[in-house]
Write a protein that binds this ligand. Structure first.
Ligand SMILES: [Zn+2]
Ligand SMILES: [Zn+2]
Length: 349
């Protein structure tokens, strides 16, 4: 079968790779769409210790079951797959903190998402694979994985109706956060970002949009929140400056959630009295749990979260390099790879 192989930063190549074989309990999926995640773009740009090349990138997979050794699934089932799963029995899992499970990444889709066919190992097939209804198209379902991560973040915030939430970052995750916090309660959302085209999409989603390149973010946020600052701030960019600014802007008793990963060895400078006298809370989230993945799919299928403004480009596998380059330059919003698309496909939606 064909797949996109990552060799080193800036280099991917379509190759023939062995088709995975199934063990008891596994299923095999014909990949319909595979989303390009910020983590794929990061790996393509500078590599990560977790991805040892040559490797297949991608993990946001939707497709049809074409072979099954699982009693749970039948050939022809349309599914979305979470690419990791907590073990369920360690102390973190038992305490309900499955994203902290040391074995979280032990079972993963094989060999990765940017291929024609993937093997879903038994545990994932049983506990982290979810059926997509016939009414839901692939473009909608493929957002389940990134949305699940936003839901995990939102569930860790103490959102309440009427609260003001600031999202810093207009990338696909920043925009998905806007939809997510709105779905959770009647909050008022402010989004700040720097990419004109993404800010245009944000206009349709958020209550207030701030162009951080041309406007004074701190000033504008003050105006919008009547001088008090937001109740909650999600920092969805890997920027220390943004994180420090968030701590400046948040209201006393408010929450700052760091969502993006930061470059290694960077340091946050913060006045500790923010935490003591102002009782500000600072924390982060990463990843999601299988039940949040299921929730994401439900939100998408019921229209509680609209997928309309997110996917802007579909690429064939041979154009994956271009897709990743464009992701680096923040062109478009969310891009997906369609393994069955004819060579040379670059489709703008
Ligand atoms: Zn992802
Ligand atoms: Zn565990």
């Amino acid at each position: 079968m064909r797949g996109v192989m990552f060799y080193e930063p800036g280099k991917v190549k379509v190759e023939n790779i062995p088709e995975p074989t199934l063990e008891e309990g596994d299923i095999k999926i014909q990949v319909e769409l595979s989303g390009i995640c910020g983590s794929d773009i990061k790996t393509y740009r500078r590599g990560t210790p977790y991805t040892i090349p040559p490797a297949v990138l991608g993990h946001e997979v939707v497709g049809s079951v074409i072979e099954t050794r699982s009693v749970k699934w039948q050939v022809g089932d349309r599914v979305a797959v979470a690419h990791y799963i907590p073990c369920g029995s360690c102390s973190s899992c038992l305490a309900g903190n499955g994203t902290l499970c040391p074995d979280l990444f032990k079972r993963r889709i094989d060999p990765g998402g940017f291929v024609e066919k993937v093997r879903v190992p038994r545990d994932l097939a049983e506990r982290a694979t979810f059926k997509i209804s016939d009414r839901t198209n692939w473009e909608t379902a493929v957002l389940a994985e990134p949305l699940a991560c936003c839901i995990h973040a939102a569930r860790n915030l103490s959102l309440a109706p009427g609260n003001k939430v600031l999202i810093i970052g207009d990338g696909p995750m920043g925009l998905l956060h806007v939809e997510t916090v709105k779905a959770f309660s009647g909050v008022e959302v402010i989004l700040s970002g720097m990419t004109p085209q993404r800010l245009k999409a944000a206009q349709k989603l958020a209550h207030h949009v701030i162009d951080a390149k041309n406007e004074n973010v701190v000033q504008r946020v003050k105006e919008i929140t009547g001088g008090e600052g937001p109740h909650h701030i999600i920092v969805a960019v890997p920027s220390i400056e943004a994180a420090e600014q968030a701590l400046e802007m948040v209201r006393p008793g408010g929450e700052v959630l760091l969502f993006g990963g930061f470059p290694k060895d960077c340091c946050l400078k913060v006045d500790p009295n923010k935490f003591h006298y102002d009782e500000v809370k600072l924390f982060g989230t990463a990843g999601s749990l299988p039940q949040e993945f299921k929730m994401a799919l439900d939100f998408l299928e019921s229209g509680k979260v609209s997928q309309e403004h997110f996917i802007t480009h579909i690429y064939s596998m041979d154009k994956a390099g271009i897709a990743l380059e464009r992701g680096m330059k923040q062109e478009g919003i969310k891009a997906v790879i369609q393994p069955s698309a004819p060579e040379g496909t670059i489709r703008e939606l």
